[in-house]
Design a protein around this ligand. Structure first.
Ligand code: ADP
Ligand code: ZN
Length: 519
């Protein structure tokens, strides 16, 4: 089993000239019987890492995969290359499943894809007793992580593979690689002794940009018209309604946009997806339901008009841009309402406290990226445990953001939250700061509090920016029941004037705007 046989398989069967990144090392290690944990970004080429060892070792590799559609694609692709492969999942009737099992027992298969729940059945385990597997590949290994975004309980049971078949090499693969998830995969799948192959998560051809939201749809339209006229792209929205509205808005403005979300009928959804893949220059407006397993190399931009809930999610979604290596954009518009809404969703949710804590941490990492004045790429890569220098290809590198001394403004905002009783939303707090005697202000006698009208030196947009950043940085929080703003303990030194604070942007909205227009 020499490196040249791996390379010749790559060339003769798969038709590629050379291995990418760490593929060669991984293939060699697994082919020789070693366990491996492979962390590689989406599109990095994980499949070959187990497909080639499967061809090098005697017997049939068993590949655990959670996604039925991806399983079928892979098996079809392998057939076209002349590799004997099959799958076992719920789409097969009993006869078809039996036929696949017989082929496995007769030694006719090189790769067998199975859903995790199927692998753990007595019937499948009996097959493995009779004819041991050449190796086990566990795809989408982060599904074993209980706090991850894709938890699948069946994955927990996969630790049994190591207990029963310690001599069979295992390779676990994932594109989700934050340190906590990585630790959980190692522990739950008993991979303590496995070699870890961590690829860089950098996507240097993607330019990251995060802008302050004022009218998301108009900003999106301007972005597309100015920088991506006629390009294929994906626009992510949080809700189905926003998907529909945004697709319609783009169409009304002469852009070929199609909606995609789980609430649409399956036929129309499939038709839109096919058009996106086959035609040029289509903009897909979608919820995060869209994108898993989509292999379209020339997506030129991924835009978010709502804030993602986690940095992993943001990274996965933006990673669908520029898989061909050509310059591409990741563009996100985000504002105070996004922060309020996502915080409130966590606090008012039914999840147990431990999970809420994880959700808060994930959101905070995303907020940290949105608010940073440092290189965006550096922040993203640091989250995945990689150190890097300033990239020169993100908004903050290209136009270093201005900051201003917001100590006084922050004190005013915090004390206004306090004086009005820590149970009102941002809109009301800003009305009080600006001295607007609305009905609601009068009804609560907030025109008589000491902070009424102390903020007239700054326009509403400036206050929204201040509150957003105070919330993102954890000086403020939303209370669970009605989502009103509350002070946290960290706000005290600031409120007492013992701490100074600089915020991004300029207090004057007009100047702020000209700053942005220069970009
Ligand atoms: P992942 O599972 O990591 O998202 P895939 O295994 O689907 O990635 O591979 C992504 C794409 O890259 C596929 O089209 C695959 O054929 C291609 N690819 C993988 N390895 C190589 C290589 N060594 N040379 C050229 N193309 C490759
Ligand atoms: Zn940068």
């Amino acid at each position: 089993m020499s490196a040249s046989s791996a390379l010749s398989l790559l060339q003769t069967i798969f038709g590629y000239d050379h291995f990418r990144g760490r593929q060669a090392e991984i293939v060699e290690h697994v082919a020789q019987g070693g366990d491996a944990l492979v962390l590689m970004p989406t599109g990095g080429g994980k499949s070959l890492c187990y497909q080639i060892p499967a061809l090098m070792r005697p017997g049939c590799a068993v590949v655990v995969s959670p996604l039925i559609a991806l399983m079928q694609d892979q098996v079809e692709g392998l057939h076209q290359l002349g590799v004997e492969a099959a799958f076992l999942n719920s789409t097969l009737d009993n006869n078809a499943a039996r036929e696949v099992e017989q082929r496995y027992l007769r030694g006719e298969l090189k790769l067998l894809y199975v859903a995790p729940e199927r692998l753990l059945t007595p019937r499948f385990l009996a097959l493995l007793e009779h004819t041991p597997a050449a190796l086990f590949a566990i795809d989408e290994a982060h599904c074993v992580s209980q706090w991850g975004h894709d938890f699948r309980p069946e994955y927990i049971g996969l630790s049994l593979l190591h207990e029963r078949y310690p001599a069979v090499p295992r390779i676990a693969l994932t594109a989700t690689a934050d340190a906590a998830t990585r630790r959980e995969i190692v522990q739950r799948l008993a991979l303590e002794d496995a070699a870890q192959f961590v690829s860089s998560f950098d996507r240097p051809n993607i330019r990251y940009r995060i802008v302050e939201k004022d009218n998301a749809r108009k900003q999106l339209l301007a972005f597309i018209e100015r920088e991506h006229d006629g390009d294929a792209g994906i626009v992510y929205c949080l809700s189905r309604k926003r998907v529909e509205e945004t697709a319609q808005f783009l169409c009304d403005n002469g852009i070929t946009a199609l909606p995609y979300h789980a609430g649409m009928n399956a036929e129309l959804r499939a038709r839109n997806q096919t058009r996106f893949l086959r035609e040029e220059g289509i903009v897909m407006v979608a919820t995060i339901a869209f994108g898993m397993g989509i292999d379209k190399p020339d997506v030129r931009f991924v835009a978010h008009i709502d804030l993602p809930k986690s940095l992993e999610g943001y990274y996965q979604e933006t990673g669908r841009a520029g898989r061909d290596g050509l310059p591409s954009s990741a563009w996100l518009a985000y504002g105070l309402n996004d922060v309020m809404q996502l915080k409130e969703m966590i606090e008012s949710g039914q999840a147990p406290e431990a999970q809420k804590q994880v959700e808060r941490q994930k959101l905070n990492a995303m907020l940290g990226l949105a608010e940073t004045v440092a290189c965006r790429r550096q922040v993203i890569l640091a989250y995945f445990g990689e150190q890097s220098a300033d990239c020169g290809n993100c908004d903050n590198c290209l136009n270093p953001p201005t900051t201003w001394d917001a100590t006084e403004a922050a004190r005013k905002a915090l004390s206004c939250v306090f004086r009005t009783g820590q149970r009102f939303g941002a809109g009301h707090v800003i009305d009080v700061l600006l001295g607007k005697a609305t009905d609601k202000v009068k009804q609560h006698f907030h025109d008589r509090v000491t902070t009424f009208g102390i903020g007239t030196d700054m326009p509403e947009a400036g206050w929204r920016s201040v509150l957003r950043q105070l919330l993102a940085a954890g000086y403020l929080q939303t209370e669970p029941e009605f989502g009103g703003l509350q002070l946290t303990d960290t706000a005290r030194p600031l409120l007492r004037g013992e701490q100074a604070l600089r915020l991004r942007g300029l207090p004057d909205k007009k100047r702020d705007k000209t700053e942005r227009d220069k970009k």
